[in-house]
Ligand binder design. Structure first.
Ligand code: SAM
Length: 238
């Protein structure tokens, strides 16, 4: 039977410089099938069509792979992972990652945990917690925080940078408007100890949607008072 998801994913990754093992693409297919199945029971994502999901969930997540290329066995945190994006596709491609997928909503972390078990991924875990609370125990613990579609940049910086070690990075995937969000985040960057390391602009091959992968380097320790209490970063952004 024709597998439109896998066929599309192979095709669109094949035209990028990313070198993704065929076995990894098959594991993504299993993740996708579980997503479609569970999405019938409760809403995990609005993007479920095979072509759309291949491009907007999986290829989109792979766009962060170059940022991990120079790191061996890094501790990575996906903040607000939802149905596992971008963290699970990254872990599938890079089995050496020590990956923690964090989300405030239990049904989402239960789904991620189910995928981890089905794919037999080692050194991967889903945690139900708010990033603000997770930072109490895991302050400056991670080599890298990744995040997609969780909050405006200045809010997201407060949810990610306190969890990243000095010299580590927050790598954030954004759609159009990334530069405006970055400009508005100048104060947050200064306070939290971040510096813009680079912005990679990309265009998705099927939809033509624009993406910007923003790399924030942690160049100074984050003051102890950040992150503030759950909900405050969003209510009163820096
Ligand atoms: N990153 C996924 C993706 O791109 O498909 C999910 C995006 S979804 C729009 C945003 C997710 O962030 C939700 O699942 C929500 O529960 C989670 N979230 C929002 N604020 C959070 C916080 N402070 N701590 C942990 N998770 C949070």
């Amino acid at each position: 039977m024709d597998n439109q998801f896998l066929r599309t994913l192979k095709k669109i990754t094949g035209i990028t410089p990313l070198e993704i093992e065929p076995q990894a693409l098959h594991l993504c297919d299993t993740h996708y099938n579980l997503l479609v199945e569970e999405n019938r029971k409760f809403n995990l994502t609005s993007v479920t069509g095979p072509v759309e999901a291949a491009e907007k969930h999986f290829l989109d997540s792979f766009l962060l792979l170059p940022d991990l290329a120079h790191l061996k066995n890094p501790k990575v945190l996906d903040v607000g992972s939802g149905a596992g994006f971008p963290g699970l596709p990254l872990k599938i491609c890079r089995t050496d990652l020590d990956m923690t997928l964090l989300d405030a909503v239990g049904k989402k972390t239960a789904f991620i945990e189910m995928v981890i078990k089905k794919l037999k991924l080692k050194q991967a875990r889903a945690l139900q917690a708010r990033a603000e609370d997770h930072a109490v125990k895991y302050r400056e613990y991670y080599d890298m925080a990744v995040s997609r579609a969780v909050a405006e940049m200045k809010v997201l910086l407060e949810l990610t940078l306190p969890l990243v070690r000095m010299g580590g990075k927050a790598v954030i995937s954004k759609g159009p408007g990334a530069y405006e969000e970055l400009a508005a985040a100048e104060n947050a960057l200064k306070i939290l100890g971040g510096l813009v390391g680079g912005v990679r602009e990309l265009v998705l091959p099927i939809s033509g949607d624009k993406r910007a992968v923003i790399v924030i380097e942690k160049v100074a320790p984050t003051p102890e008072k950040y992150p503030r209490r759950p909900g405050i970063p969003r209510k009163r952004p820096l």
